[in-house]
Every structure is written in C-alpha cells, then in structure tokens.
Design a protein around this ligand. Structure first.
Ligand code: RP5
Length: 172
C-alpha cells in the first residue's frame, strides 16, 4: 500500500543551492520524525520578490513553521520573519570567508518584534531546526510527542552502541 502524501507543515527555505548539503540535514531529520515538509531555494537578495511572496503565502498554504538556512548577511530569515506570523527558525551557515560568524552575529540582530529562533551554525543547527520545528508542532499532536520521545531514546541507544564499539576496538 502506498503511503498518502501529507500536506507539508514545515517549510525548509535556503538562500542558495550551496546551502543544500547543510539543509539536507533538516529534511532528513523531519523525515525521521515523520513530519511532512517542503523545500525551497529562494534568496533575500537575488530573488527578493519571490522570497517575500513565499513568506506572505506560507500560512495560508497550510505551513506551520518555517526553517530558514542562509550564510553571509543572513537576511533570508529576517525578511521571511518580517512577512509572516509563522514561527521562523534560523540556521546560520558557514558559507562565506568568515565561516559562519557573520551569519551567527546577524541572526541575533533581529529588531524587537521580528523574532527568529537561532540554532547552531551548520549541520547541528540544521538537525536541531527540524527537532525544534517538530517540538512546536507536537504541542498540538500527542503522536508527534511520542515520536520525539522515541527519537531521544534512539539517540541515547546510539551513544551506548558507540561506547560498546569503541571498547571492542580497544579490546576492552
Ligand atoms: C547566502 O549567500 C546563501 O544563503 C549562501 O549561504 C551564500 C552564498 O551563496 P552562493 O554564492 O553560494 O550562491 O545568501
């Protein structure tokens, strides 16, 4: 039996295809948590009209959370947050010669009234954006709470397994 494709609840948006190797982690983690998502490349600088239109229509299209990944000036997340009432989660990406410091510092300079929830720089931030988006959605979805509990249990089991593997490799 084929699984019915669910309407996306989370939008993963990034400024460039060069951000994709990082933002793929958000998609993968949402997949593990069984949260439907859509994914889009749109730039605050290079395609500003498309970006604002995307943000303006996101809520009416059924999306509930937006994850924005960008490097450099990190304008994407702020521009999106300015155009929607949905929660926006930002993932700074170390794509510029400044290695992500620029995006990180820019991300904590949103003016009062326009919040962007800041995750870690890079891959960890992309994973956490998915978990955080799922946590927001789970406040109205007990089954998703259960999947988040199982996600944490798997993480704990992975650590135990890694420790056992390390001991085997050391012959202990
Ligand atoms: C940012 O500029 C994008 O989010 C990307 O991280 C960075 C570089 O983009 P490309 O020049 O690789 O397209 O806006």
């Amino acid at each position: 039996m084929t699984k019915k494709k669910l309407e996306p609840l989370v939008a993963i948006v990034m400024g460039s295809d060069s951000d994709l190797p990082i933002m793929t982690e958000t998609a993968k983690t949402l997949g593990v948590l069984d949260v439907p998502y859509e994914i889009e490349i749109t730039s605050a600088h290079r395609s500003p009209k498309r970006t604002t239109e995307y943000a303006r229509t996101a809520a009416s299209r059924g999306l509930r959370v937006i994850v924005a990944g960008a490097g450099g000036a990190f304008h994407l997340a702020g521009v999106i947050a300015a155009e929607t009432t949905l929660p926006v989660i930002g993932v700074p990406i170390g794509s510029s010669p400044l290695g992500g410091w620029d995006a990180l510092v820019a991300a904590v300079q949103m003016p009062g009234g326009v919040p962007v929830a800041l995750m870690a720089v890079g891959k960890a931030g992309a994973v956490n954006a998915a978990v955080f988006a799922a946590q927001i959605l789970s406040t109205a979805d007990p089954e998703l709470v259960q999947r988040l509990v199982e996600f944490k249990e798997r993480m704990a089991a992975d650590v135990v397994e890694k420790s056992a593997r390390m001991k085997r490799e050391f012959g202990l």
